[in-house]
Design a protein around this ligand. Structure first.
Ligand code: ADP
Ligand code: MG
Length: 575
C-alpha cells in the first residue's frame, strides 16, 4: 500500500484537460460557476485558451462557429441546470446546422437527482439534452474520461456533424487515480471524421443525369463549405461549366464575382433549371422544399419536373422533400473528386442558350443593383450603408462577416449586397434563421483565426447578445460591430393604437449602442451617413480595436420578413 500511496496521482480535472489536449483541442468557450470554476482555472494554467462569456448561449454559439470554421468540435463548458439550459439552445442550433460542437455541463449528484431530493441546481440534464443533439454521454468514473471524450469527439465530427452533450457530475472532477493509469486511460482518436467514399454506380448515375441536362444548376450549401474541399469544388464547377448558386454560408466558397455564379439570377435559375445538383445543401424551407412556384410556375417547362442529384454525407437526407433521382452518399471531398474523375476530359459545357439567358438576367440585375447602391439618399438606408460594408469586405477579403437581423433588412440585403471572396467567411443565422448568434460567432471567429471580424447586426438582433461586447473588449478582439439602427424590429415606425406605450416592435429612438462599447474601453462611433461609416470602418480595420459603429438608418426603411413574409400567419378577420 505504501507503494501505491507514493505513486503520483492525477484527478478528474486534469484527465479532462489532458484528454482534450491529446486530441488537439486547445480552446474552451465557457462561463464559470459551480462546479466548473476550478476546471477553467486549471485549464488555463495547463495552457488551454479559455474564453469566458457573460451568458452560456453565446459561449455555446462560439463553440459551434469554431466547429464550423475548423472542422474540429468546438467545446463549451457550462454550470448545471440553468447554465446547461442556456447552452442547450446553442447545442440544438449547432445540431440543426450540422456544426460539430460538444456542450460539457457540470451536473449535480446522481443519487440525489435520481431520487429527486432537491439538490443545488438539480436537473436530469442527460435526459433533457438527448432529443436535442446527435448524441449524449455521461461519465461517472475518472478512468472513463478518456472514453467519454473520445466518444463525444467521434459523435460530433463523423458522418453528418452536429452537437454532442457530455454530462460531467461535480464529483467526477475531484476523483483521483494513479497518474500513470490515468494517462493510459486516455484515447487519441484516430481518424475522427473518416472519409466516406461514394459508390461508383451512384456517381455514374449522377454524372449521366448531369450530362443529359439542358439547363443544369449546382447549388452549394454550407455542408460544401464545411467539407474544406475548396480546390476540388472549384475544379468541378469550372470544369463542368455549370452555373451555381451558393447558399448563404457557402458564399465565398467560390468568389461571389465568379462568372458562373447565378446569384444575381436566383429566381430565374430555380424556376428554369431541369437538373439540379445539391452539394451539401438540404431542400428545406430555404429552398422552398424543392417545389412550388419558386421552382417554376404551374405549367412551365420545369415546374415539378426538375430532376435532383444530391451529394450528402447523410444517407437519409435524400427524398426528404421531393424525389431525388440520383443520391450520392459520401463526404463531399471524396464525392466531388469522384465526379471530377468520372467526367473525364471531353466534358461538354452546358448549352449556350441556358448560360446566355442567365448572363443576360445577371447583367440586368447587377446593373440595377449598382444604380441603387450608387444612390446617396439624404437619410442613410440599408443600401447606402451596405454599399460601404460591401467595399470594406472587398478590400479585406479574409475578414469574417457575421450577419443577423430581420429578413429583408440587415440579413437579406447584406447577403445579396456584400460579396464574399474566401470560403467559410460568412457566419449567419443558418438553418433556423435564429437571432442571437452574433456576438458568440464574432468572438469565435476572432479568437480562433485572429482575422478581422465585421458583424452586421440589426438593432434587434444585436440585443440578443449585446452584453458580450464586454467579452470582446476583455480579450481585445479585432471585432467591429455595425448596428443597423432603425429604431426597431423590422422598422421603427409602427404605432400602438392604444397610444399608451410604444408598439411591440419599437425600441428607444436613436439609442446609443456605441456607448455600450465605450463603457468597456472599446471604440464607439455614431455614423449618420456613408462617409462617416466608411471612415469608422477603415479605422476599426486598421487599428483592430473592438469597435461598435452605430449606423443610423432611416427608420421607415425596413420591410417585414422580406422573402419569408408568407410565414407570418395572417388574420382571417380584416381590420
Ligand atoms: P444550407 O443551409 O447551406 O443549404 P444545409 O445545412 O441545409 O446547408 O445542408 C448541409 C448538408 O451538408 C447537410 O445535409 C449535411 O448532411 C451535409 N454535410 C455536412 N458536412 C458534410 C460533408 N463533410 N460531406 C458531405 N455532406 C456534408
Ligand atoms: Mg431594426
Amino acid at each position: 500500500t505504501t507503494d501505491t500511496q507514493d505513486r503520483e496521482q492525477t484527478d478528474g480535472f486534469h484527465l479532462v484537460i489532458d484528454a482534450l489536449k491529446l486530441n488537439d483541442i486547445d480552446t474552451i468557450f465557457a462561463l464559470p460557476g459551480i462546479p466548473i470554476t476550478d476546471f477553467l482555472r486549471i485549464s488555463q494554467a495547463e495552457g488551454m485558451k479559455v474564453i469566458s462569456f457573460r451568458h452560456e448561449q453565446h459561449a455555446g454559439n462560439a463553440a459551434a462557429a469554431a466547429g464550423f470554421i475548423t472542422g474540429k468540435p468546438g467545446i463549451c463548458f457550462t454550470v448545471s441546470a440553468p447554465g446547461f439550459l442556456n447552452g442547450l439552445t446553442a447545442l440544438a442550433n449547432a445540431t440543426t446546422n450540422c456544426f460539430p460542437m460538444i456542450l460539457v455541463s457540470g451536473s449535480s449528484e446522481r443519487e440525489i437527482v435520481d431520487l429527486q431530493q432537491g439538490d443545488y441546481e438539480e436537473m436530469d440534464q442527460l435526459a433533457i439534452a438527448k432529443p436535442l443533439c446527435k448524441a449524449a454521454f455521461r461519465v461517472l468514473h475518472a478512468e472513463d474520461i478518456g472514453v467519454g471524450i473520445a466518444r463525444a469527439i467521434r459523435a460530433a465530427v463523423s458522418g453528418r456533424p452536429g452537437g454532442v452533450y457530455l454530462d460531467l457530475p461535480a464529483k467526477l472532477f475531484a476523483q483521483s487515480m494513479d497518474k500513470e493509469a490515468g494517462r493510459k486511460s486516455l484515447i487519441k482518436v484516430v481518424d475522427p471524421a473518416p472519409k466516406q467514399i461514394p459508390a461508383p454506380d451512384a456517381v455514374k448515375r449522377a454524372v449521366d443525369l448531369l450530362k443529359s441536362a439542358k439547363r443544369p444548376l449546382v447549388i452549394l450549401g454550407k455542408g460544401a463549405a464545411y467539407a474544406q474541399a475548396d480546390a476540388d469544388i472549384k475544379a468541378f464547377v469550372e470544369k463542368s461549366g455549370i452555373p451555381y448558386l451558393p447558399m448563404s454560408m457557402a458564399k465565398g466558397l467560390l468568389p461571389d464575382n465568379h462568372n458562373q455564379s447565378a446569384s444575381a439570377a436566383r429566381s430565374y435559375v430555380l424556376a428554369e433549371a431541369d437538373v439540379v445538383m445539391l452539394v451539401g445543401a438540404r431542400l428545406n424551407w430555404l429552398l422552398s422544399h424543392g417545389k412550388g412556384k419558386t421552382w417554376g410556375a404551374e405549367g412551365s417547362k420545369s415546374a415539378g419536373k426538375q430532376q435532383f442529384i444530391q451529394v450528402d454525407i447523410s444517407p437519409t437526407e435524400a427524398d426528404s422533400n421531393v424525389a431525388i433521382a440520383a443520391p450520392v452518399i459520401g463526404d463531399i471531398g471524396s464525392c466531388i473528386s469522384a465526379f471530377n474523375q468520372a467526367m473525364g476530359s471531353g466534358w461538354a459545357k452546358p448549352p449556350a442558350d441556358w448560360t446566355g439567358a442567365i448572363a443576360e438576367r445577371k447583367d440586368k440585375n447587377l446593373t440595377k443593383m449598382a444604380e441603387t447602391l450608387a444612390k446617396n439618399p439624404p437619410v442613410m438606408n440599408f443600401h447606402s450603408a451596405l454599399n460601404v460594408i460591401r467595399n470594406t469586405v472587398k478590400e479585406n477579403p479574409k475578414a469574417y462577416l457575421v450577419n443577423e437581423g430581420a429578413n429583408a433588412n440587415a440579413l437579406d440585403f447584406t447577403r445579396s449586397i456584400v460579396d464574399m471572396y474566401e470560403p467559410r467567411r460568412r457566419l449567419d443565422v443558418g438553418t433556423w434563421g435564429i437571432m442571437g448568434i452574433g456576438m458568440g460567432f464574432a468572438v469565435a471567429a476572432a479568437a480562433v483565426t485572429g482575422e478581422q471580424v465585421i458583424a452586421v447586426e440589426g438593432d434587434s438582433a444585436f440585443g440578443f447578445s449585446g452584453m458580450e461586447v464586454e467579452t470582446i473588449c476583455r480579450y481585445d478582439l479585432p471585432v467591429c460591430i455595425v448596428v443597423m439602427n432603425n429604431n426597431g424590429i423590422y422598422k421603427g415606425t409602427d404605432v400602438n393604437p392604444r397610444g399608451d406605450a410604444m408598439a411591440p416592435t419599437q425600441f428607444v429612438k436613436n439609442a446609443r449602442y456605441d456607448m455600450m462599447m465605450q463603457a468597456f474601453g472599446g471604440v464607439g462611433v455614431v455614423a449618420k451617413n456613408p462617409e462617416e461609416l466608411k471612415k469608422a470602418l477603415d479605422e476599426a480595420v486598421a487599428s483592430r480595436k473592438p469597435t461598435l459603429i452605430n449606423a443610423m438608418i432611416d427608420e421607415s426603411a425596413g420591410t417585414e420578413s422580406g422573402r419569408i413574409t408568407s410565414l407570418n400567419p395572417a388574420a382571417a378577420k380584416k381590420k
